[in-house]
Design a protein around this ligand. Structure first.
Ligand code: ATP
Ligand code: MG
Length: 381
């Protein structure tokens, strides 16, 4: 089977690596160049989306910021999973918030902001501190503003107004104001929904962010009550979208009650631990779902942590006895994810020790959340 992935980044690459044993041939549509490329070598295989669609049995996506006309063409082919509506929803916080409300899942209070009157209204209704996020194009904490006190309101509004005017999608762009949630921690749930409606859901993973970017994700402990909450929200959201494929949901854990932060209609960075930590990884399960194959077990086989390699950093080969290193073959740039490290153990406390040992080989500045993750594991064990 030939699968075309919209987007030619590391997620398409890892889908290709996971799909090979199933005889699935993955190609990737690079939205910037308009070329269809090999997702691992980036060799150009053909030119133009029509060519890619014609050669594909199935089409899927590795990211959600895709032009509406591209999504439309894919949808019209009848081969596209999870499909136009799911990708549009993941790429537009306005639609995403409406979906969460429709599915009846707990999420932060919000208001859509298009002008200064909406902004002032949101401050009065939601209260401060408040977080503001662009509806379109946000990722890794980009396109966000924090409003802590009323005296900052004019400055923050000036920034937002300039941003809205400069947006290349000015007609569709807006900002969502959200109540600031004082969460204890952030967790996410990755799961697959098959064409038959069956689900394969992984255990929750805990995420540590640094400067708005995911730094470390740890899947190690069991919390049956939290898992049950997360799974029921997953079911509600996936059913509301009639979803097929892997779906990721990011949550805030507020004293044992989960609140959805956002969803991603695709394989997700916080699911990379499944490559070494689960029976069948998220990339394979995504492909199984979109290709109409039976899903594989999402059981965690051992406590596992994923550590992102971000920016212009060096990683010595001395870590290799402790770790599975996944490079993306990308040129290092500040803030850019260029690889990740999976670390496995037989118990939670051993995972903490392994992360601590790993940290002795790596720079604290380059891997700021590593020790924090290790300490958390040791406290919980
Ligand atoms: P991603 O790379 O996950 O797509 P993003 O840019 O889409 O990130 P969010 O996940 O919405 O943005 O926000 C980034 C981070 O900002 C969150 O992980 C969380 O730490 C913090 N954050 C977001 N919304 C809120 C909120 N309402 N209250 C408190 N903190 C928040
Ligand atoms: Mg996020």
């Amino acid at each position: 089977m030939n699968v075309l992935v919209l987007g030619a980044g590391q997620l398409a690459r890892m889908m290709a690596l996971a799909g090979a044993p199933l005889n699935l041939t993955i190609s990737a549509y690079d939205v910037r160049s308009g070329n269809v490329v090999h997702p691992v070598t980036l060799e150009v295989l053909g030119r133009g989306l029509e060519h890619g669609i014609a050669n594909a049995d199935v089409i899927t996506a590795e990211f959600e910021h895709i032009a509406p006309d591209v999504l439309r063409l894919c949808q019209d082919s009848g081969k596209f999973y999870p499909g136009e509506e799911a990708i549009l929803t993941g790429g537009d916080r306005r639609k995403e918030k409406a979906l969460l409300d429709k599915a009846g899942v707990n999420n932060a209070r919000y208001q859509v902001i298009e002008n200064r009157a909406d902004f002032d209204n949101a401050i009065a209704r939601i209260g401060l501190p408040m977080i503001l996020k662009s509806a379109l194009d946000g990722y890794d904490g980009k396109g966000q503003w924090r409003l802590k006190s009323a005296d900052q309101a004019d400055d923050v509004w000036q920034d937002i107004e300039a941003f809205l005017t400069a947006s290349h999608q000015a007609d569709r762009q807006c900002v969502i104001a959200e109540e600031f949630v004082r969460f204890d921690r952030e967790v996410s749930l990755i799961g697959a929904r098959g064409q038959d409606g069956n689900l394969a859901i992984y255990p929750l993973t805990e995420n540590i962010h640094t400067d708005g970017i995911l730094s470390v994700s740890v899947s190690a402990n069991e919390n049956a009550a939290l898992q049950a909450q997360a799974e029921s929200m997953f079911d509600a959201v996936a059913s509301a979208l009639d979803y097929i494929g892997v779906l990721a949901i990011e949550f805030f854990d507020v004293n044992g009650t989960l609140m959805v932060n956002e969803i991603a209609p695709r394989v997700h960075n916080s699911g990379h631990w499944t490559q070494q930590g689960a029976d069948v990884c998220q990339f394979e399960n995504h492909l199984r779902a979109v290709c109409g194959l039976p899903l594989g077990s999402a059981k965690r086989v051992r406590p596992t942590a994923m550590v992102n390699i971000i920016g212009e950093v060096t990683v010595p080969t001395s870590i290799m006895p402790l770790a599975h290193v996944h490079w993306y073959d990308k040129a290092p740039r500040p803030g850019r994810k260029i690889g990740h490290i999976n670390v496995c153990a037989s118990s939670q406390s051993e995972l903490g020790e392994h992360l601590k040992a790993l940290s002795t080989h790596l720079s604290v500045d380059e891997f700021p959340a590593l020790l924090e993750a290790a300490e958390k594991l040791n406290q919980e064990a």
